[in-house]
Design a protein around this ligand. Structure first.
Ligand code: RB5
Length: 158
């Protein structure tokens, strides 16, 4: 997976953390495409989530990062885009497993949930942990196949 350039976006609730994440990515020599937001003025997180997630879904970027207050709204938005595996990681174990088992291609952080130090450790873990493949690839393939309404279980007559 090409990690040389990462696309990033946030809402007002996580603007400060996004700036810190960008600094860390720059230190690591990773180029950053920042789609905003660019201040703490209130915005609507789906606008920024869609920009980042669609850019990962299209293949233009192989990895993305999204931040909002909890990380929940951005996760909901991002996982609507085919091929996006957005993982809300507000702890180190989740960051490690999101890569090892879920081949996460979009890291989501909650700027109002965790502090900057933990956020940087989560970022480093997510950047460096390889996907294990094998049985986990089989499961990821099933996620892509499981979108059909034919899977729905009909309600039984009462
Ligand atoms: C903004 O107030 C907040 O709702 C947003 O940052 C995020 O936490 C939504 O899931």
């Amino acid at each position: 997976m090409d990690k040389s350039e990462i696309i990033i976006g946030c809402d007002h609730a996580a603007f400060a953390m996004k700036e810190k994440i960008k600094e860390r990515l720059n230190e690591l020599g990773i180029m950053v495409q920042d789609v905003g937001t660019f201040s703490e003025e209130s915005v609507n997180y789906p606008d920024f989530g869609a920009k980042v997630a669609s850019s990962v879904a299209s293949g233009a970027y192989s990895r993305g990062i999204l931040l909002c207050g909890t990380g929940i709204g951005m996760s909901i938005v991002a996982n609507r885009f085919p091929g996006v595996r957005a993982t809300l990681c507000n702890d180190l174990f989740s960051a490690k497993m999101a890569r090892a088992h879920n081949d996460s291609n979009l890291l989501v952080l909650g700027g109002r949930v965790i502090g900057d130090v933990l956020a940087m450790e989560i970022l480093d873990t997510w950047l460096t942990t390889p996907f294990e493949g094998g049985r986990h690839q089989v499961r990821l393939d099933k996620i892509d196949q499981a979108r059909s309404a034919e899977e729905a279980i009909p309600r039984t007559e009462q």
